[in-house]
Design a protein around this ligand. Structure first.
Ligand code: BES
Ligand code: ZN
Length: 460
């Protein structure tokens, strides 16, 4: 720890109320990337961030893309060049009636586990990205400079599959390349144990629509004689898993590695409490592949999940209709070297082969990203682990994560950089869900953690 760090930590503590006010300003902008009705708000969030970075002294700019803009900021300095990534877009808020408050009017709340800030994007990812911005702001306020050459890169399409990201990274490769990427979009291991996430799952999205009769039919007049597309869709969905929870798409497990003994032992040492993990969401029994631990199910095994089904009459009351079509949104989480494009082809063939006479299937793809595994050989991983361990009650752990962050792999495959995923989210933050929150302890210690990490990476 250098002599420069202590006054920065003290400044962070004193500034916390102002940092929260700034975060609230950003949270009030409803930057929902997937819904075109909120495009102007995504733009506004990008403008807000561009101005905020400029106020700290970053050379910042908003960069247009065919979708929502990117925000870049740079500051010169000595030492390693660090590239920080976060996303300013958020998930839709529906079902709105399950929120206790306006999702875009963030409030501080007392809970049995401490104070939280509640609202859409508090944890995923505005609260998290601001931890890094606030650490930079504090360092600059105290010392007039930053301890390293730092760039920031904010995206506004992460929650909708990052369609503009790859071309943007390719076109701006020189500007985006640094010694290490830092990504703040993941979680702690538990409330007291910080983490560096070293693996993320990939994601493949497929929307299928089954069409049968040319119009909706009276189910008494035609029922029995006419094939019902919901019946076809249900059969297809039911066939995607076998009785042991394995996915039946041909070739699906190609490229799925087994854990090494060393990895398995390291995960066992973490003492993950799967009873509590499932118990917190009202469940008891792990539902994945037979013979796998819960941690394997979420960190190292692939999945197939139905995220939504649409078809027939779903309004109040009852209607005896035989619908002309039915559809489903299905996602696959991928691990290891699973090839999303090969799986997409195989899935489409499997569905098509199952179609009865008179039915057709149409497919719409929604993004295809491979899993990423970070090598921890770069000494910066150990430095970050030590810095985190200084801030939190327990030493930091290297962990996996079941979620997907498309850019993590692209830093490596497009720019040849390693990425360190360090975040302060908690399992009960309800990300993507009603009443999302971020613990103030995560926000405060998160800012302090980044100050410590910057200090360690810059000064050793
Ligand atoms: N921050 C999450 C990913 C995440 C979730 C990491 C939980 C660690 C723990 C990210 O914003 C996210 O939700 N990504 C989407 C990706 C997608 C829409 C391409 C996801 O994982 O569903
Ligand atoms: Zn996120």
């Amino acid at each position: 720890m250098s002599a420069e760090l202590d006054p920065v930590l003290a400044h962070i503590d004193a500034e916390l109320p102002n940092a929260l006010e700034r975060l609230k300003e950003l949270l009030r902008i409803p930057s929902i990337s997937t819904d075109p009705a909120f495009a102007a708000d995504c733009d506004k969030a990008a403008d807000w961030l561009t101005a905020d970075l400029a106020s700290i002294g970053f050379d910042s700019s908003k960069r247009e893309t065919p979708g929502h803009p990117m925000v870049l900021g740079h500051v010169e300095g000595t030492g390693p060049h660090l590239m920080f990534y976060g996303h300013y877009d958020v998930q839709p808020v529906d079902p709105l009636d399950l929120w206790d408050n306006d999702p875009f009017d963030p409030q501080i709340e007392d809970t049995p586990k401490g104070q939280v800030i509640r609202g859409r994007g508090t944890s995923d990812d505005k609260g998290q990205l601001m931890t890094f911005v606030e650490a930079c702001r504090a360092w600059k306020a105290v010392h007039g400079t930053l301890p390293a050459k730092i760039s920031l890169f904010f995206e506004g399409e992460e929650e909708s599959g990052s369609p503009s990201l790859v071309p943007f990274m390719q076109e701006n490769a020189a500007e985006l390349t640094a010694d290490m990427a830092l990504i703040c979009d993941t979680g702690l291991f538990d409330d007291e144990t910080p983490a560096v996430t070293t693996r993320l799952r990939g994601l493949l999205g497929e929307e299928i629509t089954i069409e049968g009769p040319s119009l909706d039919l009276h189910s008494g007049m035609y029922g029995g004689a006419a094939m019902n597309p919901i019946r076809v869709l249900s059969k297809i969905i039911a066939a995607l898993h076998d009785d042991n929870g394995r996915i039946t798409v041909p070739g699906f497990y190609d490229g799925v590695p087994e854990l090494t003994n060393e990895q398995r032992a390291q995960w066992e040492d973490l003492g993950f409490d799967d009873k509590a993990f499932l118990g917190d969401v009202g469940l008891n029994t792990p539902a994945g592949e037979a013979g796998r631990s819960t941690l394997e199910m979420i960190w190292s095994r692939p999945t197939c999940e139905v995220n939504g089904i649409i078809g027939g009459y779903t309004g109040d009351g009852f209607k005896t209709v035989l619908p002309s079509k039915a559809s489903a949104k299905i996602s696959f989480r991928l691990v290891g070297d699973q090839d999303p494009h090969a799986i997409r082809d195989s899935f489409r063939k499997m569905v098509t082969d199952m179609l009865p006479p008179d039915c057709t299937a149409t497919f719409r793809g929604h993004g295809a990203s491979q899993a990423s595994t970070m090598s921890t050989d770069n000494p910066m991983f150990e430095q970050a682990r030590l810095a985190l361990s200084d801030e939190w009650p327990r030493p930091a752990a290297f962990i996996g994560s079941g979620g997907s962050i498309p850019i993590a792999g692209h830093f490596k495959d497009i720019l040849g950089m390693d990425a360190m995923l360090i975040g302060f989210g908690r399992d009960d933050d309800a990300i993507h869900s009603p009443n999302e929150k971020y613990a103030l302890d995560s926000f405060h210690r998160g800012i302090r953690s980044w100050a410590r990490i910057l200090d360690k990476l810059a000064h050793g």
